[in-house]
Design a protein around this ligand. Structure first.
Ligand code: SF4
Length: 93
């Protein structure tokens, strides 16, 4: 048991409520105050995928997933001067 888990209940703080409980889409989520350009809907779906242990491919090597970052940050995925994808790494035999 971690220090906070031992100490905070004495002050009426339910650590599980802040850390591990189920959350709903409608509530203020822990990351809502951060703005990295990601759409809230996309982040929610990505979180649900993570909970389901569903892997999401890296958008550098797949079609865009419309997460919102590129238009929000006015950028785009760029490939190096060779035009070759360097990842995923292939096995050399
Ligand atoms: S290409 Fe840009 S907008 Fe599309 S999924 Fe990747 S980071 Fe998001």
């Amino acid at each position: 048991m971690k220090c906070a888990e031992r100490a905070l209940p004495d002050f009426g703080v339910d650590v599980d409520w802040y850390t591990t409980r189920e959350r709903t889409y409608e509530e203020v989520l822990p990351w809502d105050h951060l703005d990295s350009g990601l759409d809230k809907d996309w982040l929610w779906e990505d979180w649900q995928d993570a909970l389901d242990e569903t892997e999401v491919d890296d958008c550098r090597w797949t079609p865009c997933f419309d997460c919102g970052v590129c238009p929000a940050m006015q950028t785009e995925i760029q490939v190096g001067p060779t035009g070759k994808k360097l990842l995923p790494l292939s096995v050399i035999k």
